[in-house]
Design a protein around this ligand. Structure first.
Ligand SMILES: [Ca+2]
Length: 308
Protein backbone atom coordinates (compact mmCIF):
# COMPACT_ATOMS: atom_id res chain seq x y z
CA UNK A 1 0.00 0.00 0.00
CA UNK A 2 2.88 2.31 0.71
CA UNK A 3 3.86 2.17 -2.96
CA UNK A 4 0.96 4.41 -4.07
CA UNK A 5 2.43 7.30 -2.05
CA UNK A 6 5.96 6.78 -3.38
CA UNK A 7 7.86 9.54 -5.31
CA UNK A 8 7.71 7.36 -8.45
CA UNK A 9 3.90 7.19 -8.28
CA UNK A 10 3.72 10.97 -7.81
CA UNK A 11 5.94 11.52 -10.86
CA UNK A 12 3.73 9.28 -13.02
CA UNK A 13 0.61 11.08 -11.81
CA UNK A 14 2.10 14.52 -12.49
CA UNK A 15 3.23 13.42 -15.97
CA UNK A 16 -0.28 12.17 -16.72
CA UNK A 17 -1.81 15.46 -15.60
CA UNK A 18 0.69 17.42 -17.72
CA UNK A 19 -0.05 15.33 -20.84
CA UNK A 20 -3.78 15.69 -20.29
CA UNK A 21 -3.38 19.48 -20.01
CA UNK A 22 -1.17 19.55 -23.12
CA UNK A 23 -3.64 17.58 -25.29
CA UNK A 24 -6.61 19.73 -24.12
CA UNK A 25 -4.66 22.85 -25.13
CA UNK A 26 -3.67 21.26 -28.44
CA UNK A 27 -7.27 20.32 -29.21
CA UNK A 28 -8.41 23.88 -28.42
CA UNK A 29 -5.64 25.27 -30.64
CA UNK A 30 -6.62 23.01 -33.58
CA UNK A 31 -10.29 23.94 -33.04
CA UNK A 32 -9.37 27.65 -33.20
CA UNK A 33 -7.11 27.23 -36.26
CA UNK A 34 -9.86 25.46 -38.18
CA UNK A 35 -12.55 27.93 -37.00
CA UNK A 36 -14.54 25.05 -35.55
CA UNK A 37 -15.02 23.47 -38.96
CA UNK A 38 -15.18 19.66 -38.58
CA UNK A 39 -13.90 18.88 -42.11
CA UNK A 40 -10.99 21.28 -41.67
CA UNK A 41 -10.12 19.62 -38.35
CA UNK A 42 -10.05 16.18 -40.00
CA UNK A 43 -7.91 17.52 -42.88
CA UNK A 44 -5.48 19.07 -40.39
CA UNK A 45 -5.26 15.78 -38.51
CA UNK A 46 -4.65 13.71 -41.67
CA UNK A 47 -1.98 16.15 -42.88
CA UNK A 48 -0.21 15.87 -39.52
CA UNK A 49 -0.20 12.06 -39.71
CA UNK A 50 1.12 12.08 -43.30
CA UNK A 51 3.81 14.64 -42.44
CA UNK A 52 5.02 12.50 -39.56
CA UNK A 53 5.23 9.31 -41.60
CA UNK A 54 6.25 10.38 -45.15
CA UNK A 55 9.99 10.09 -46.04
CA UNK A 56 9.87 13.53 -47.72
CA UNK A 57 9.49 15.07 -44.29
CA UNK A 58 11.83 12.66 -42.58
CA UNK A 59 15.61 12.89 -42.20
CA UNK A 60 17.87 11.75 -45.08
CA UNK A 61 17.82 8.04 -45.81
CA UNK A 62 20.87 6.07 -44.76
CA UNK A 63 22.28 2.74 -46.04
CA UNK A 64 20.29 -0.23 -44.73
CA UNK A 65 21.91 -3.66 -44.66
CA UNK A 66 20.20 -5.97 -47.13
CA UNK A 67 19.27 -3.11 -49.45
CA UNK A 68 21.04 -1.37 -52.31
CA UNK A 69 22.09 2.24 -51.74
CA UNK A 70 22.43 5.43 -53.77
CA UNK A 71 24.41 8.41 -52.48
CA UNK A 72 22.21 11.50 -52.82
CA UNK A 73 23.56 14.35 -54.90
CA UNK A 74 26.06 12.37 -56.95
CA UNK A 75 23.73 9.42 -57.61
CA UNK A 76 26.48 6.88 -57.00
CA UNK A 77 24.75 3.48 -56.86
CA UNK A 78 25.86 0.62 -54.62
CA UNK A 79 24.84 -3.03 -54.54
CA UNK A 80 24.59 -4.80 -51.18
CA UNK A 81 26.79 -7.91 -50.91
CA UNK A 82 26.13 -10.52 -48.21
CA UNK A 83 29.00 -12.02 -46.25
CA UNK A 84 30.10 -15.48 -47.39
CA UNK A 85 32.87 -17.89 -48.34
CA UNK A 86 34.38 -18.40 -51.79
CA UNK A 87 37.36 -19.89 -53.55
CA UNK A 88 39.87 -17.15 -54.34
CA UNK A 89 42.44 -17.71 -57.07
CA UNK A 90 42.55 -20.51 -59.62
CA UNK A 91 43.73 -24.04 -60.19
CA UNK A 92 45.30 -24.01 -63.64
CA UNK A 93 43.21 -25.51 -66.41
CA UNK A 94 40.30 -26.19 -64.07
CA UNK A 95 39.79 -22.45 -63.76
CA UNK A 96 40.41 -21.31 -67.32
CA UNK A 97 44.20 -21.37 -67.25
CA UNK A 98 45.40 -19.37 -64.29
CA UNK A 99 48.71 -17.54 -64.06
CA UNK A 100 51.32 -18.32 -61.44
CA UNK A 101 50.26 -15.45 -59.18
CA UNK A 102 46.63 -16.61 -59.20
CA UNK A 103 47.59 -19.80 -57.39
CA UNK A 104 47.16 -21.52 -55.02
CA UNK A 105 43.39 -21.46 -54.91
CA UNK A 106 42.32 -21.01 -51.30
CA UNK A 107 39.12 -20.46 -49.36
CA UNK A 108 38.37 -16.93 -48.24
CA UNK A 109 35.72 -15.99 -45.73
CA UNK A 110 34.19 -12.51 -45.95
CA UNK A 111 32.76 -12.06 -42.47
CA UNK A 112 30.99 -8.74 -42.85
CA UNK A 113 28.59 -7.59 -45.56
CA UNK A 114 29.47 -4.56 -47.67
CA UNK A 115 28.22 -2.43 -50.54
CA UNK A 116 30.11 -2.18 -53.83
CA UNK A 117 29.75 0.36 -56.64
CA UNK A 118 27.34 -0.83 -59.32
CA UNK A 119 29.55 0.96 -61.86
CA UNK A 120 33.12 2.18 -62.15
CA UNK A 121 33.40 5.73 -60.73
CA UNK A 122 32.37 8.09 -63.54
CA UNK A 123 34.08 11.31 -64.53
CA UNK A 124 31.03 13.31 -63.41
CA UNK A 125 31.21 11.77 -59.93
CA UNK A 126 34.97 12.21 -59.68
CA UNK A 127 34.70 15.86 -60.70
CA UNK A 128 31.90 16.49 -58.18
CA UNK A 129 34.03 15.23 -55.30
CA UNK A 130 37.55 16.23 -56.38
CA UNK A 131 36.87 19.36 -58.46
CA UNK A 132 38.95 18.11 -61.41
CA UNK A 133 38.93 15.49 -64.13
CA UNK A 134 42.27 14.01 -65.21
CA UNK A 135 40.80 11.59 -67.78
CA UNK A 136 42.27 11.27 -71.29
CA UNK A 137 38.97 10.21 -72.81
CA UNK A 138 36.51 12.85 -71.67
CA UNK A 139 32.84 12.05 -71.07
CA UNK A 140 30.66 12.51 -67.99
CA UNK A 141 29.38 8.94 -68.04
CA UNK A 142 32.71 7.40 -68.93
CA UNK A 143 34.82 5.96 -66.13
CA UNK A 144 37.44 8.25 -64.68
CA UNK A 145 40.95 7.10 -65.67
CA UNK A 146 44.51 8.42 -65.49
CA UNK A 147 44.24 8.36 -61.69
CA UNK A 148 46.95 7.06 -59.37
CA UNK A 149 46.18 4.71 -56.50
CA UNK A 150 46.70 7.71 -54.20
CA UNK A 151 44.12 9.73 -56.18
CA UNK A 152 41.59 6.92 -55.79
CA UNK A 153 42.23 6.68 -52.04
CA UNK A 154 41.87 10.45 -51.67
CA UNK A 155 38.54 10.32 -53.52
CA UNK A 156 37.32 7.67 -51.07
CA UNK A 157 38.46 9.70 -48.07
CA UNK A 158 36.75 12.85 -49.33
CA UNK A 159 33.58 10.87 -50.06
CA UNK A 160 33.69 9.38 -46.56
CA UNK A 161 34.06 12.85 -45.03
CA UNK A 162 31.12 14.13 -47.12
CA UNK A 163 28.85 11.27 -46.07
CA UNK A 164 29.95 11.39 -42.41
CA UNK A 165 29.06 15.09 -42.35
CA UNK A 166 25.65 14.25 -43.81
CA UNK A 167 25.10 11.58 -41.13
CA UNK A 168 24.82 8.77 -43.68
CA UNK A 169 27.67 6.44 -42.65
CA UNK A 170 26.75 3.13 -40.98
CA UNK A 171 28.63 2.56 -37.71
CA UNK A 172 32.16 1.24 -38.41
CA UNK A 173 31.83 1.61 -42.20
CA UNK A 174 33.63 3.92 -44.63
CA UNK A 175 34.07 4.45 -48.37
CA UNK A 176 37.32 2.91 -49.60
CA UNK A 177 38.84 0.82 -52.37
CA UNK A 178 37.79 -2.85 -52.34
CA UNK A 179 40.27 -5.40 -51.08
CA UNK A 180 41.30 -7.91 -53.74
CA UNK A 181 39.19 -10.51 -51.93
CA UNK A 182 36.10 -8.27 -51.88
CA UNK A 183 36.64 -7.38 -55.55
CA UNK A 184 36.97 -11.02 -56.68
CA UNK A 185 34.08 -12.18 -54.47
CA UNK A 186 31.80 -9.52 -55.99
CA UNK A 187 33.09 -10.12 -59.53
CA UNK A 188 32.19 -13.80 -59.18
CA UNK A 189 28.68 -12.94 -58.02
CA UNK A 190 29.30 -13.61 -54.30
CA UNK A 191 28.08 -16.98 -53.10
CA UNK A 192 27.05 -18.49 -56.41
CA UNK A 193 28.95 -21.74 -56.95
CA UNK A 194 28.93 -21.72 -60.75
CA UNK A 195 31.97 -19.75 -61.80
CA UNK A 196 32.19 -17.78 -65.00
CA UNK A 197 35.45 -17.03 -66.71
CA UNK A 198 34.56 -13.34 -66.86
CA UNK A 199 32.36 -11.39 -64.49
CA UNK A 200 28.87 -12.53 -65.47
CA UNK A 201 29.60 -14.72 -68.49
CA UNK A 202 31.98 -17.11 -70.22
CA UNK A 203 31.62 -14.96 -73.35
CA UNK A 204 33.74 -11.85 -73.10
CA UNK A 205 31.71 -9.99 -75.73
CA UNK A 206 28.63 -10.08 -73.50
CA UNK A 207 30.13 -8.38 -70.49
CA UNK A 208 33.34 -6.53 -71.35
CA UNK A 209 34.87 -3.74 -73.40
CA UNK A 210 38.32 -5.03 -74.34
CA UNK A 211 40.84 -4.86 -77.17
CA UNK A 212 38.56 -6.82 -79.50
CA UNK A 213 35.53 -4.50 -79.36
CA UNK A 214 36.47 -1.20 -77.70
CA UNK A 215 37.62 0.71 -80.80
CA UNK A 216 40.60 1.76 -78.66
CA UNK A 217 38.78 3.82 -76.05
CA UNK A 218 36.78 3.28 -72.83
CA UNK A 219 32.97 3.42 -73.05
CA UNK A 220 30.22 4.93 -70.89
CA UNK A 221 29.69 2.70 -67.85
CA UNK A 222 26.87 0.16 -67.72
CA UNK A 223 26.47 -0.61 -71.43
CA UNK A 224 27.31 -4.32 -71.25
CA UNK A 225 25.48 -7.12 -69.42
CA UNK A 226 25.88 -7.05 -65.60
CA UNK A 227 26.98 -10.00 -63.49
CA UNK A 228 24.70 -11.93 -61.11
CA UNK A 229 24.88 -9.21 -58.47
CA UNK A 230 23.98 -6.52 -60.99
CA UNK A 231 27.51 -5.12 -61.25
CA UNK A 232 28.64 -3.67 -64.57
CA UNK A 233 32.09 -3.63 -66.19
CA UNK A 234 33.83 -5.68 -63.51
CA UNK A 235 35.43 -7.30 -66.56
CA UNK A 236 36.83 -4.76 -69.02
CA UNK A 237 36.36 -1.04 -69.77
CA UNK A 238 38.94 0.27 -67.25
CA UNK A 239 41.08 -1.76 -64.88
CA UNK A 240 40.21 -1.11 -61.23
CA UNK A 241 42.57 -0.27 -58.37
CA UNK A 242 42.29 -2.45 -55.27
CA UNK A 243 43.38 -1.66 -51.74
CA UNK A 244 46.02 -4.37 -51.44
CA UNK A 245 49.73 -4.35 -51.97
CA UNK A 246 50.96 -7.02 -54.37
CA UNK A 247 52.00 -10.38 -52.92
CA UNK A 248 51.67 -14.08 -53.69
CA UNK A 249 48.76 -15.99 -52.20
CA UNK A 250 49.31 -18.34 -49.30
CA UNK A 251 47.83 -21.85 -49.35
CA UNK A 252 46.06 -21.42 -46.04
CA UNK A 253 42.46 -20.32 -45.89
CA UNK A 254 41.94 -16.68 -45.02
CA UNK A 255 39.46 -14.45 -43.23
CA UNK A 256 38.87 -10.93 -44.60
CA UNK A 257 42.37 -10.86 -46.13
CA UNK A 258 44.13 -7.66 -47.19
CA UNK A 259 47.80 -7.61 -48.15
CA UNK A 260 49.64 -4.66 -46.66
CA UNK A 261 53.10 -6.26 -46.39
CA UNK A 262 54.68 -4.79 -49.54
CA UNK A 263 52.98 -1.63 -50.76
CA UNK A 264 55.60 -0.66 -53.36
CA UNK A 265 53.04 -2.04 -55.81
CA UNK A 266 49.25 -2.01 -55.63
CA UNK A 267 46.96 -4.50 -57.33
CA UNK A 268 44.50 -3.62 -60.06
CA UNK A 269 41.90 -5.98 -61.51
CA UNK A 270 39.45 -6.79 -64.26
CA UNK A 271 41.11 -6.03 -67.58
CA UNK A 272 40.50 -3.01 -69.76
CA UNK A 273 39.67 -1.55 -73.14
CA UNK A 274 43.20 -1.92 -74.52
CA UNK A 275 44.00 -5.46 -73.38
CA UNK A 276 43.18 -8.98 -74.58
CA UNK A 277 40.16 -10.96 -73.39
CA UNK A 278 42.33 -13.12 -71.12
CA UNK A 279 43.09 -10.06 -68.97
CA UNK A 280 39.36 -9.69 -68.24
CA UNK A 281 39.16 -12.97 -66.29
CA UNK A 282 37.87 -12.48 -62.72
CA UNK A 283 41.01 -14.13 -61.31
CA UNK A 284 43.60 -12.12 -63.25
CA UNK A 285 45.93 -9.90 -61.21
CA UNK A 286 48.21 -7.04 -62.23
CA UNK A 287 50.31 -4.56 -60.30
CA UNK A 288 51.53 -0.99 -60.61
CA UNK A 289 53.38 1.45 -58.36
CA UNK A 290 50.75 3.50 -56.52
CA UNK A 291 51.97 6.81 -57.99
CA UNK A 292 51.53 5.77 -61.62
CA UNK A 293 48.50 6.88 -63.64
CA UNK A 294 47.45 5.40 -66.98
CA UNK A 295 44.37 5.87 -69.10
CA UNK A 296 43.53 2.19 -68.79
CA UNK A 297 43.10 2.26 -65.00
CA UNK A 298 40.20 3.66 -62.96
CA UNK A 299 38.45 2.30 -59.87
CA UNK A 300 35.19 1.54 -58.11
CA UNK A 301 34.34 2.11 -54.47
CA UNK A 302 33.01 -0.02 -51.63
CA UNK A 303 31.15 1.04 -48.50
CA UNK A 304 32.71 -1.44 -46.11
CA UNK A 305 34.21 -1.90 -42.64
CA UNK A 306 37.54 -0.20 -42.03
CA UNK A 307 40.45 -2.59 -42.54
CA UNK A 308 43.19 -3.16 -39.98
CA1 LIG B 1 36.30 -2.49 -65.13
Amino acid sequence: MCAIYSPAFSAVKLTGLALSFYFRKLSRCVYTLTCGNRDARITFLLFSIIAATTPVFAADKTPEKGENWTIPGIEMEFVFVEKGTFQMGGRGFLTFGSERDERPAHLVRITRPFWIGKYEVTQAQYTEIMGENPSDFQGEKKPVESVTWHDAVEFCEDLTARERKAGRLPEGYKYRLPTEAEWEYAAMGARHKLQHKFSGSNEVEEVAWYQGNSDEHPSAVGAKKPNRLGLYDMSGNVWEWCLDGYGLYKSTNAVDPVDTEDTSFRVFRGGGWSGPANYCRTKRRFKLPPDKAYNIVGFRVVLAPSVR
